[in-house]
Design a protein around this ligand. Sequence first.
Ligand SMILES: Nc1ncnc2c1ncn2[C@@H]1O[C@H](COP(=O)(O)OP(=O)(O)O)[C@@H](O)[C@H]1O
Ligand SMILES: [Mg+2]
Length: 521
Amino acid sequence: MRDRAPIATDVIGESRSPTPEVKVRAVARVWACALWGLETALVTVEVDVANGLPAFVVVGLPDAAVQEARERVRAAIRNSGYEFPLRRVTVNLAPAERRKEGTGFDLAIALGILRASGQLAVDVEALCLGELALDGALRPVRGTMPRVRHALARGIAAALLASANAGEAAACGADAYGFGSLREAVDHVAGSARVAPTVAPAPAPPERPAVDLADIAGQETPKRALEIAAAGAHSLLLVGPPGTGKTMLARALPSLLPPLDHDEALAASAVHSVAGLVDPRHPLLRSRPFRAPHHTASPLALVGGGSPPRPGEVSLAHCGVLFLDELAEFSPSVLDTLREPLEEAAVTISRAGGAATYPARFLLVAAMNPCPCGHLGDPAVECRCLPDAVERYRGRLSGPLLDRIDLRVNVPRVPYERLRDEGRESSATVRGRVLAARERMAARLVGTARRTNAELTVADIRRWCRVDDDGETLLGAAIRERRLSARGYHRLLRVARTVADLAGSDQIRADDVAVALLMRA
Ligand SMILES: Nc1ncnc2c1ncn2[C@@H]1O[C@H](COP(=O)(O)OP(=O)(O)O)[C@@H](O)[C@H]1O
Ligand SMILES: [Mg+2]
Protein backbone atom coordinates (compact mmCIF):
# COMPACT_ATOMS: atom_id res chain seq x y z
CA MET A 1 0.00 0.00 0.00
CA ARG A 2 2.68 2.39 1.13
CA ASP A 3 5.03 1.71 -1.76
CA ARG A 4 2.28 2.27 -4.30
CA ALA A 5 1.40 5.70 -3.00
CA PRO A 6 4.06 7.62 -4.96
CA ILE A 7 2.87 6.17 -8.24
CA ALA A 8 -0.67 7.22 -7.49
CA THR A 9 0.51 10.76 -6.70
CA ASP A 10 2.39 10.89 -9.97
CA VAL A 11 -0.63 9.95 -11.97
CA ILE A 12 -2.75 12.51 -10.18
CA GLY A 13 -0.03 15.12 -10.70
CA GLU A 14 0.05 14.48 -14.41
CA SER A 15 -3.69 14.68 -14.88
CA ARG A 16 -3.74 18.02 -13.04
CA SER A 17 -1.07 19.65 -15.18
CA PRO A 18 -1.95 23.25 -16.15
CA THR A 19 -4.23 23.71 -19.10
CA PRO A 20 -2.27 21.99 -21.88
CA GLU A 21 -4.19 23.67 -24.71
CA VAL A 22 -2.63 27.14 -23.91
CA LYS A 23 0.84 26.84 -25.42
CA VAL A 24 3.45 29.19 -23.94
CA ARG A 25 5.40 30.45 -26.95
CA ALA A 26 9.09 29.92 -26.35
CA VAL A 27 11.72 32.56 -26.98
CA ALA A 28 14.92 30.89 -28.16
CA ARG A 29 18.15 31.96 -26.51
CA VAL A 30 21.60 31.39 -27.99
CA TRP A 31 24.92 32.71 -26.65
CA ALA A 32 27.22 34.90 -28.67
CA CYS A 33 29.93 37.33 -27.65
CA ALA A 34 30.50 40.97 -28.58
CA LEU A 35 33.94 42.44 -29.02
CA TRP A 36 35.17 46.04 -28.79
CA GLY A 37 38.92 46.19 -29.08
CA LEU A 38 39.85 43.36 -26.75
CA GLU A 39 36.92 44.03 -24.45
CA THR A 40 34.29 41.32 -24.55
CA ALA A 41 30.73 40.86 -23.35
CA LEU A 42 28.49 37.84 -23.43
CA VAL A 43 25.46 38.48 -25.64
CA THR A 44 22.24 36.54 -25.42
CA VAL A 45 20.68 36.36 -28.84
CA GLU A 46 16.94 36.18 -28.11
CA VAL A 47 14.71 35.15 -30.98
CA ASP A 48 10.96 35.45 -31.02
CA VAL A 49 8.83 34.16 -33.88
CA ALA A 50 5.30 35.58 -33.64
CA ASN A 51 2.20 35.55 -35.76
CA GLY A 52 1.85 38.63 -37.89
CA LEU A 53 2.98 40.03 -41.17
CA PRO A 54 6.31 38.52 -42.28
CA ALA A 55 9.15 40.67 -40.95
CA PHE A 56 12.68 40.23 -39.69
CA VAL A 57 13.91 42.81 -37.17
CA VAL A 58 17.20 42.93 -35.29
CA VAL A 59 17.31 45.16 -32.22
CA GLY A 60 19.88 45.69 -29.48
CA LEU A 61 22.15 48.31 -31.09
CA PRO A 62 23.37 46.34 -34.09
CA ASP A 63 25.80 48.12 -36.43
CA ALA A 64 25.47 47.95 -40.22
CA ALA A 65 27.24 44.58 -40.48
CA VAL A 66 24.91 43.05 -37.87
CA GLN A 67 21.88 44.54 -39.67
CA GLU A 68 23.09 42.87 -42.83
CA ALA A 69 23.05 39.56 -40.96
CA ARG A 70 19.33 39.51 -41.79
CA GLU A 71 20.05 39.03 -45.48
CA ARG A 72 22.81 36.48 -44.91
CA VAL A 73 20.82 34.49 -42.34
CA ARG A 74 17.62 34.46 -44.39
CA ALA A 75 19.41 33.16 -47.48
CA ALA A 76 21.59 30.73 -45.51
CA ILE A 77 18.56 29.19 -43.77
CA ARG A 78 16.69 28.71 -47.05
CA ASN A 79 19.71 27.46 -48.97
CA SER A 80 20.47 24.95 -46.21
CA GLY A 81 17.11 23.30 -46.78
CA TYR A 82 15.22 24.86 -43.86
CA GLU A 83 12.29 27.18 -43.92
CA PHE A 84 12.59 30.82 -43.08
CA PRO A 85 9.43 31.50 -41.00
CA LEU A 86 6.90 33.63 -42.85
CA ARG A 87 5.98 35.34 -39.61
CA ARG A 88 7.29 38.20 -37.50
CA VAL A 89 10.85 37.35 -36.47
CA THR A 90 12.40 39.56 -33.78
CA VAL A 91 16.03 39.18 -32.76
CA ASN A 92 17.29 41.00 -29.68
CA LEU A 93 20.96 41.18 -28.83
CA ALA A 94 20.97 41.54 -25.05
CA PRO A 95 22.25 43.50 -23.19
CA ALA A 96 21.08 46.14 -25.63
CA GLU A 97 23.01 49.14 -24.34
CA ARG A 98 26.25 48.78 -26.33
CA ARG A 99 26.73 48.67 -30.08
CA LYS A 100 27.36 45.20 -31.54
CA GLU A 101 29.78 45.01 -34.43
CA GLY A 102 30.77 42.61 -37.12
CA THR A 103 29.52 39.44 -38.68
CA GLY A 104 30.16 37.00 -35.82
CA PHE A 105 26.51 36.90 -34.69
CA ASP A 106 25.18 35.21 -37.86
CA LEU A 107 25.42 31.64 -36.57
CA ALA A 108 23.76 32.43 -33.24
CA ILE A 109 20.92 34.28 -34.97
CA ALA A 110 20.32 31.46 -37.46
CA LEU A 111 20.30 28.76 -34.77
CA GLY A 112 17.99 30.91 -32.67
CA ILE A 113 15.51 31.25 -35.52
CA LEU A 114 15.56 27.51 -36.23
CA ARG A 115 15.01 26.80 -32.54
CA ALA A 116 12.19 29.34 -32.13
CA SER A 117 10.42 28.08 -35.26
CA GLY A 118 10.62 24.49 -34.06
CA GLN A 119 12.97 23.27 -36.79
CA LEU A 120 15.57 22.55 -34.12
CA ALA A 121 14.14 20.55 -31.25
CA VAL A 122 16.80 21.14 -28.61
CA ASP A 123 18.36 24.19 -26.99
CA VAL A 124 21.82 25.30 -28.08
CA GLU A 125 24.02 25.20 -24.97
CA ALA A 126 27.18 26.68 -26.45
CA LEU A 127 28.83 29.87 -27.53
CA CYS A 128 28.04 30.32 -31.23
CA LEU A 129 30.40 32.32 -33.42
CA GLY A 130 30.58 32.57 -37.16
CA GLU A 131 29.59 34.40 -40.31
CA LEU A 132 27.20 32.79 -42.75
CA ALA A 133 27.56 32.84 -46.51
CA LEU A 134 24.38 33.04 -48.59
CA ASP A 135 24.68 29.36 -49.50
CA GLY A 136 24.83 28.38 -45.82
CA ALA A 137 28.60 27.94 -45.57
CA LEU A 138 30.07 28.93 -42.19
CA ARG A 139 32.95 31.38 -42.34
CA PRO A 140 35.60 32.20 -39.73
CA VAL A 141 35.57 35.49 -37.85
CA ARG A 142 38.26 37.58 -36.17
CA GLY A 143 38.63 37.69 -32.41
CA THR A 144 37.69 34.10 -31.62
CA MET A 145 40.21 33.75 -28.79
CA PRO A 146 39.14 36.61 -26.51
CA ARG A 147 35.47 35.73 -27.05
CA VAL A 148 35.91 32.06 -26.26
CA ARG A 149 37.95 32.90 -23.17
CA HIS A 150 35.21 35.26 -22.03
CA ALA A 151 32.57 32.57 -22.39
CA LEU A 152 34.77 30.02 -20.62
CA ALA A 153 35.21 32.38 -17.69
CA ARG A 154 31.41 32.49 -17.45
CA GLY A 155 31.04 28.73 -17.41
CA ILE A 156 30.17 28.16 -21.07
CA ALA A 157 32.53 25.37 -21.95
CA ALA A 158 31.39 24.53 -25.48
CA ALA A 159 31.82 26.59 -28.62
CA LEU A 160 30.33 26.09 -32.10
CA LEU A 161 32.40 27.78 -34.78
CA ALA A 162 33.69 27.71 -38.34
CA SER A 163 36.24 24.93 -38.82
CA ALA A 164 39.05 27.46 -39.33
CA ASN A 165 38.35 28.99 -35.90
CA ALA A 166 37.94 25.73 -33.97
CA GLY A 167 41.67 25.35 -33.29
CA GLU A 168 41.81 28.79 -31.68
CA ALA A 169 38.90 27.92 -29.41
CA ALA A 170 40.39 24.54 -28.50
CA ALA A 171 43.74 26.18 -27.70
CA CYS A 172 41.91 28.32 -25.13
CA GLY A 173 40.58 25.19 -23.46
CA ALA A 174 37.03 25.16 -24.83
CA ASP A 175 35.16 22.09 -26.09
CA ALA A 176 35.33 23.35 -29.65
CA TYR A 177 33.26 22.04 -32.55
CA GLY A 178 34.10 23.22 -36.03
CA PHE A 179 31.68 23.17 -38.97
CA GLY A 180 31.76 23.98 -42.64
CA SER A 181 28.12 24.94 -42.86
CA LEU A 182 24.98 25.85 -40.95
CA ARG A 183 23.54 22.45 -41.83
CA GLU A 184 26.44 20.63 -40.15
CA ALA A 185 26.04 22.77 -37.04
CA VAL A 186 22.29 22.04 -36.84
CA ASP A 187 22.80 18.30 -37.36
CA HIS A 188 25.37 18.34 -34.58
CA VAL A 189 23.14 20.18 -32.11
CA ALA A 190 20.12 18.03 -33.01
CA GLY A 191 22.23 14.92 -32.51
CA SER A 192 21.63 13.47 -35.98
CA ALA A 193 25.30 13.85 -36.98
CA ARG A 194 27.62 14.68 -34.14
CA VAL A 195 31.13 15.89 -34.91
CA ALA A 196 34.09 15.17 -32.64
CA PRO A 197 35.48 18.02 -30.57
CA THR A 198 38.52 19.68 -32.11
CA VAL A 199 41.77 18.60 -30.51
CA ALA A 200 43.83 21.54 -29.23
CA PRO A 201 46.63 22.05 -31.76
CA ALA A 202 50.16 21.33 -30.64
CA PRO A 203 52.19 24.42 -29.85
CA ALA A 204 54.46 25.63 -32.61
CA PRO A 205 58.03 24.37 -32.45
CA PRO A 206 60.21 26.98 -30.72
CA GLU A 207 61.42 29.55 -33.21
CA ARG A 208 65.15 29.82 -33.81
CA PRO A 209 66.18 33.43 -33.12
CA ALA A 210 67.15 35.28 -36.29
CA VAL A 211 70.53 36.37 -34.93
CA ASP A 212 72.66 35.16 -32.03
CA LEU A 213 74.88 37.61 -30.18
CA ALA A 214 77.83 35.35 -31.01
CA ASP A 215 77.26 36.19 -34.70
CA ILE A 216 78.10 39.84 -34.07
CA ALA A 217 81.75 40.93 -33.99
CA GLY A 218 82.87 43.71 -31.65
CA GLN A 219 80.16 46.18 -30.61
CA GLU A 220 80.70 45.58 -26.89
CA THR A 221 78.79 48.68 -25.80
CA PRO A 222 75.74 48.09 -28.03
CA LYS A 223 75.69 44.46 -26.87
CA ARG A 224 75.79 45.60 -23.26
CA ALA A 225 72.91 47.94 -24.09
CA LEU A 226 70.94 45.02 -25.54
CA GLU A 227 71.49 43.05 -22.35
CA ILE A 228 70.31 45.96 -20.20
CA ALA A 229 67.33 46.55 -22.50
CA ALA A 230 66.32 42.89 -22.30
CA ALA A 231 66.73 42.74 -18.52
CA GLY A 232 64.88 45.90 -17.55
CA ALA A 233 62.58 46.18 -20.61
CA HIS A 234 64.20 49.51 -21.46
CA SER A 235 63.67 51.02 -24.89
CA LEU A 236 66.81 51.31 -27.00
CA LEU A 237 68.06 53.48 -29.87
CA LEU A 238 71.08 52.40 -31.92
CA VAL A 239 72.82 55.14 -33.90
CA GLY A 240 75.64 54.51 -36.37
CA PRO A 241 76.84 54.46 -39.97
CA PRO A 242 75.38 51.98 -42.47
CA GLY A 243 76.63 48.42 -42.37
CA THR A 244 77.88 48.42 -38.78
CA GLY A 245 75.36 45.85 -37.59
CA LYS A 246 72.51 47.93 -36.15
CA THR A 247 69.81 45.83 -37.79
CA MET A 248 71.65 42.68 -36.77
CA LEU A 249 71.86 43.82 -33.16
CA ALA A 250 68.16 44.62 -33.03
CA ARG A 251 67.28 41.22 -34.46
CA ALA A 252 69.32 39.57 -31.73
CA LEU A 253 67.19 41.12 -28.99
CA PRO A 254 64.49 38.38 -28.92
CA SER A 255 67.19 35.79 -28.21
CA LEU A 256 67.91 37.53 -24.88
CA LEU A 257 64.34 37.79 -23.60
CA PRO A 258 62.69 35.40 -21.13
CA PRO A 259 60.31 32.86 -22.70
CA LEU A 260 56.65 33.80 -23.03
CA ASP A 261 54.70 32.57 -20.02
CA HIS A 262 51.22 31.15 -20.49
CA ASP A 263 49.35 34.36 -19.61
CA GLU A 264 51.53 36.38 -21.96
CA ALA A 265 51.03 33.82 -24.70
CA LEU A 266 47.25 34.08 -24.30
CA ALA A 267 47.33 37.90 -24.20
CA ALA A 268 49.58 38.23 -27.25
CA SER A 269 47.66 35.57 -29.17
CA ALA A 270 44.36 37.32 -28.42
CA VAL A 271 45.60 40.46 -30.21
CA HIS A 272 46.65 38.37 -33.20
CA SER A 273 43.25 36.68 -33.14
CA VAL A 274 41.45 40.04 -33.28
CA ALA A 275 43.72 41.11 -36.14
CA GLY A 276 42.88 37.88 -37.99
CA LEU A 277 46.57 36.90 -38.03
CA VAL A 278 46.37 33.58 -36.20
CA ASP A 279 48.06 30.57 -37.76
CA PRO A 280 45.24 27.98 -37.52
CA ARG A 281 47.78 25.16 -37.11
CA HIS A 282 49.42 26.86 -34.10
CA PRO A 283 46.97 29.43 -32.73
CA LEU A 284 48.88 30.02 -29.51
CA LEU A 285 52.06 32.08 -29.91
CA ARG A 286 55.11 30.35 -28.58
CA SER A 287 57.76 33.00 -29.20
CA ARG A 288 57.64 36.69 -28.39
CA PRO A 289 56.36 38.68 -31.33
CA PHE A 290 58.98 40.67 -33.24
CA ARG A 291 57.33 43.34 -35.37
CA ALA A 292 59.34 45.49 -37.74
CA PRO A 293 57.00 47.87 -39.59
CA HIS A 294 58.50 49.67 -42.59
CA HIS A 295 59.14 53.41 -42.29
CA THR A 296 56.38 54.12 -44.80
CA ALA A 297 53.79 52.64 -42.41
CA SER A 298 50.74 54.82 -41.78
CA PRO A 299 49.62 55.87 -38.31
CA LEU A 300 46.71 53.47 -38.73
CA ALA A 301 49.04 50.55 -39.43
CA LEU A 302 51.27 51.49 -36.53
CA VAL A 303 48.80 52.15 -33.72
CA GLY A 304 45.60 50.65 -35.10
CA GLY A 305 42.13 51.96 -35.86
CA GLY A 306 39.70 51.85 -38.77
CA SER A 307 36.19 50.54 -38.92
CA PRO A 308 35.77 47.95 -37.60
CA PRO A 309 38.90 48.74 -35.58
CA ARG A 310 41.99 46.60 -35.90
CA PRO A 311 45.05 46.50 -33.70
CA GLY A 312 48.20 48.12 -35.09
CA GLU A 313 51.84 47.06 -35.01
CA VAL A 314 52.32 48.38 -31.46
CA SER A 315 49.63 45.97 -30.23
CA LEU A 316 50.79 43.09 -32.41
CA ALA A 317 54.13 43.59 -30.63
CA HIS A 318 52.41 43.21 -27.23
CA CYS A 319 54.68 41.12 -24.96
CA GLY A 320 57.39 41.30 -27.61
CA VAL A 321 59.63 43.64 -29.55
CA LEU A 322 58.75 46.56 -31.82
CA PHE A 323 61.68 47.32 -34.12
CA LEU A 324 61.70 50.64 -35.97
CA ASP A 325 64.59 50.48 -38.41
CA GLU A 326 65.66 53.77 -40.06
CA LEU A 327 63.78 55.65 -37.35
CA ALA A 328 64.46 59.09 -38.87
CA GLU A 329 62.73 58.03 -42.10
CA PHE A 330 59.38 57.59 -40.33
CA SER A 331 57.16 60.62 -40.70
CA PRO A 332 57.11 62.78 -37.56
CA SER A 333 53.33 62.49 -37.32
CA VAL A 334 53.60 58.71 -37.28
CA LEU A 335 56.28 58.78 -34.59
CA ASP A 336 54.16 61.13 -32.53
CA THR A 337 51.45 58.47 -32.26
CA LEU A 338 53.95 56.25 -30.42
CA ARG A 339 53.90 58.44 -27.35
CA GLU A 340 50.62 57.12 -25.96
CA PRO A 341 51.51 53.41 -26.20
CA LEU A 342 55.00 54.05 -24.82
CA GLU A 343 53.53 55.83 -21.84
CA GLU A 344 50.34 53.81 -21.25
CA ALA A 345 51.31 50.38 -22.60
CA ALA A 346 47.94 50.47 -24.37
CA VAL A 347 46.20 52.22 -27.25
CA THR A 348 42.70 53.61 -27.07
CA ILE A 349 40.87 54.23 -30.33
CA SER A 350 37.77 56.33 -29.83
CA ARG A 351 35.04 56.04 -32.40
CA ALA A 352 31.33 56.64 -32.77
CA GLY A 353 30.40 53.22 -31.36
CA GLY A 354 32.52 53.64 -28.22
CA ALA A 355 36.22 53.35 -27.54
CA ALA A 356 38.30 50.27 -28.30
CA THR A 357 41.41 49.55 -26.26
CA TYR A 358 44.26 47.31 -27.31
CA PRO A 359 47.19 46.40 -25.08
CA ALA A 360 50.61 47.57 -26.30
CA ARG A 361 53.34 46.65 -23.84
CA PHE A 362 56.31 46.22 -26.13
CA LEU A 363 60.04 46.63 -25.97
CA LEU A 364 61.02 49.37 -28.43
CA VAL A 365 64.27 49.08 -30.30
CA ALA A 366 65.07 51.62 -33.01
CA ALA A 367 68.01 52.17 -35.33
CA MET A 368 69.10 55.17 -37.37
CA ASN A 369 72.03 56.77 -39.15
CA PRO A 370 73.58 59.78 -37.44
CA CYS A 371 72.97 61.99 -40.53
CA PRO A 372 71.41 61.72 -44.02
CA CYS A 373 74.55 60.24 -45.63
CA GLY A 374 75.15 58.12 -42.55
CA HIS A 375 78.81 58.89 -42.00
CA LEU A 376 78.86 61.67 -39.43
CA GLY A 377 81.58 60.75 -36.93
CA ASP A 378 82.66 57.79 -39.07
CA PRO A 379 86.48 57.67 -39.20
CA ALA A 380 86.43 55.59 -42.40
CA VAL A 381 84.20 57.72 -44.64
CA GLU A 382 83.89 61.49 -44.72
CA CYS A 383 80.44 62.92 -43.99
CA ARG A 384 79.15 65.05 -46.86
CA CYS A 385 76.11 66.50 -45.10
CA LEU A 386 75.66 70.24 -44.58
CA PRO A 387 75.25 71.13 -40.90
CA ASP A 388 71.64 72.26 -41.32
CA ALA A 389 70.81 69.05 -43.19
CA VAL A 390 72.06 67.10 -40.16
CA GLU A 391 70.04 69.41 -37.93
CA ARG A 392 66.86 68.84 -39.99
CA TYR A 393 67.44 65.09 -40.08
CA ARG A 394 67.67 64.84 -36.31
CA GLY A 395 64.82 67.29 -35.90
CA ARG A 396 62.53 64.68 -37.41
CA LEU A 397 62.66 62.88 -34.08
CA SER A 398 60.67 64.87 -31.59
CA GLY A 399 62.19 65.63 -28.21
CA PRO A 400 59.30 63.92 -26.38
CA LEU A 401 59.89 60.66 -28.27
CA LEU A 402 63.67 60.69 -27.67
CA ASP A 403 62.98 61.51 -24.05
CA ARG A 404 61.04 58.26 -23.75
CA ILE A 405 63.92 56.12 -25.03
CA ASP A 406 65.91 54.89 -22.04
CA LEU A 407 69.08 53.75 -23.80
CA ARG A 408 70.84 55.49 -26.67
CA VAL A 409 74.13 54.09 -27.91
CA ASN A 410 76.49 54.61 -30.81
CA VAL A 411 77.24 51.66 -33.05
CA PRO A 412 80.67 52.40 -34.55
CA ARG A 413 82.43 50.73 -37.44
CA VAL A 414 84.14 47.52 -36.33
CA PRO A 415 87.89 47.46 -37.18
CA TYR A 416 88.82 44.69 -39.58
CA GLU A 417 90.91 42.76 -37.06
CA ARG A 418 87.95 42.63 -34.62
CA LEU A 419 85.68 41.12 -37.27
CA ARG A 420 87.68 37.88 -37.01
CA ASP A 421 87.68 37.72 -33.21
CA GLU A 422 86.55 34.43 -31.79
CA GLY A 423 85.23 33.57 -28.34
CA ARG A 424 82.22 35.88 -28.36
CA GLU A 425 79.52 35.46 -25.75
CA SER A 426 76.43 33.63 -26.98
CA SER A 427 72.87 34.80 -26.51
CA ALA A 428 72.21 31.86 -24.19
CA THR A 429 74.89 33.04 -21.74
CA VAL A 430 73.64 36.61 -21.70
CA ARG A 431 70.06 35.44 -21.41
CA GLY A 432 71.01 33.60 -18.22
CA ARG A 433 72.06 36.91 -16.66
CA VAL A 434 68.91 38.59 -17.97
CA LEU A 435 66.71 35.95 -16.34
CA ALA A 436 68.53 36.28 -13.01
CA ALA A 437 68.11 40.07 -13.09
CA ARG A 438 64.42 39.70 -13.96
CA GLU A 439 63.98 37.47 -10.94
CA ARG A 440 65.46 40.15 -8.69
CA MET A 441 63.04 42.69 -10.17
CA ALA A 442 60.04 40.41 -9.84
CA ALA A 443 60.87 39.67 -6.18
CA ARG A 444 61.00 43.39 -5.47
CA LEU A 445 57.73 44.12 -7.29
CA VAL A 446 55.82 41.13 -5.97
CA GLY A 447 52.17 42.01 -5.34
CA THR A 448 52.14 44.75 -7.99
CA ALA A 449 51.23 44.59 -11.66
CA ARG A 450 54.73 45.80 -12.54
CA ARG A 451 57.47 43.37 -13.39
CA THR A 452 60.43 45.23 -14.82
CA ASN A 453 62.55 48.23 -13.90
CA ALA A 454 61.28 50.17 -16.92
CA GLU A 455 57.88 50.24 -15.20
CA LEU A 456 59.10 51.52 -11.82
CA THR A 457 56.97 54.39 -10.54
CA VAL A 458 58.47 57.46 -8.88
CA ALA A 459 57.55 55.96 -5.49
CA ASP A 460 59.27 52.69 -6.47
CA ILE A 461 62.35 54.64 -7.48
CA ARG A 462 62.48 56.38 -4.11
CA ARG A 463 62.19 53.08 -2.39
CA TRP A 464 64.37 50.81 -4.50
CA CYS A 465 66.91 52.99 -6.26
CA ARG A 466 69.29 53.93 -3.47
CA VAL A 467 72.62 55.10 -4.79
CA ASP A 468 75.87 54.97 -2.79
CA ASP A 469 77.79 58.19 -2.02
CA ASP A 470 80.20 58.03 -4.96
CA GLY A 471 77.27 57.28 -7.21
CA GLU A 472 75.41 60.33 -5.89
CA THR A 473 78.39 62.57 -6.65
CA LEU A 474 78.60 61.21 -10.19
CA LEU A 475 74.84 61.59 -10.70
CA GLY A 476 74.83 65.16 -9.41
CA ALA A 477 77.63 66.18 -11.76
CA ALA A 478 75.96 64.51 -14.75
CA ILE A 479 72.61 66.10 -14.08
CA ARG A 480 74.15 69.58 -13.89
CA GLU A 481 76.29 69.02 -16.97
CA ARG A 482 73.53 67.48 -19.12
CA ARG A 483 70.75 69.63 -17.67
CA LEU A 484 68.59 66.53 -17.22
CA SER A 485 64.86 66.93 -16.61
CA ALA A 486 63.20 65.13 -13.72
CA ARG A 487 61.98 62.57 -16.23
CA GLY A 488 65.50 62.09 -17.56
CA TYR A 489 66.78 61.69 -14.01
CA HIS A 490 64.23 58.99 -13.25
CA ARG A 491 65.05 57.17 -16.48
CA LEU A 492 68.70 57.21 -15.54
CA LEU A 493 67.94 55.71 -12.14
CA ARG A 494 65.78 52.97 -13.63
CA VAL A 495 68.58 52.01 -16.00
CA ALA A 496 71.16 52.14 -13.18
CA ARG A 497 68.84 49.87 -11.17
CA THR A 498 68.91 47.35 -14.02
CA VAL A 499 72.70 47.55 -14.34
CA ALA A 500 72.98 46.82 -10.60
CA ASP A 501 70.46 43.96 -10.91
CA LEU A 502 72.54 42.41 -13.68
CA ALA A 503 75.51 42.58 -11.32
CA GLY A 504 73.44 41.03 -8.52
CA SER A 505 73.71 44.09 -6.30
CA ASP A 506 70.98 45.60 -4.11
CA GLN A 507 72.64 48.97 -3.94
CA ILE A 508 73.33 51.09 -7.00
CA ARG A 509 77.05 51.86 -7.04
CA ALA A 510 79.03 54.52 -8.88
CA ASP A 511 79.98 51.95 -11.55
CA ASP A 512 76.34 51.23 -12.27
CA VAL A 513 75.59 54.94 -12.58
CA ALA A 514 78.57 55.33 -14.93
CA VAL A 515 77.25 52.54 -17.18
CA ALA A 516 73.77 54.10 -17.16
CA LEU A 517 75.29 57.44 -18.20
CA LEU A 518 77.28 55.76 -20.96
CA MET A 519 74.03 54.24 -22.27
CA ARG A 520 72.49 57.67 -22.72
CA ALA A 521 75.00 59.17 -25.10
N1 LIG B 1 79.52 43.69 -36.07
C1 LIG B 1 79.29 42.85 -37.07
N2 LIG B 1 79.60 41.55 -36.94
C2 LIG B 1 79.37 40.69 -37.95
N3 LIG B 1 78.80 41.02 -39.12
C3 LIG B 1 78.46 42.31 -39.31
C4 LIG B 1 78.67 43.27 -38.29
N4 LIG B 1 78.23 44.46 -38.73
C5 LIG B 1 77.75 44.24 -39.96
N5 LIG B 1 77.87 42.95 -40.31
C6 LIG B 1 77.48 42.36 -41.61
O1 LIG B 1 76.98 43.42 -42.40
C7 LIG B 1 75.63 43.16 -42.77
C8 LIG B 1 74.82 44.45 -42.65
O2 LIG B 1 74.64 44.78 -41.28
P1 LIG B 1 73.36 45.55 -40.78
O3 LIG B 1 73.01 45.04 -39.46
O4 LIG B 1 72.31 45.54 -41.81
O5 LIG B 1 73.96 47.02 -40.65
P2 LIG B 1 73.19 48.37 -40.40
O6 LIG B 1 71.81 48.05 -40.00
O7 LIG B 1 73.98 49.05 -39.33
O8 LIG B 1 73.25 49.13 -41.69
C9 LIG B 1 75.13 42.10 -41.85
O9 LIG B 1 74.20 41.28 -42.47
C10 LIG B 1 76.40 41.34 -41.51
O10 LIG B 1 76.65 40.38 -42.50
MG1 LIG C 1 70.12 48.55 -41.01
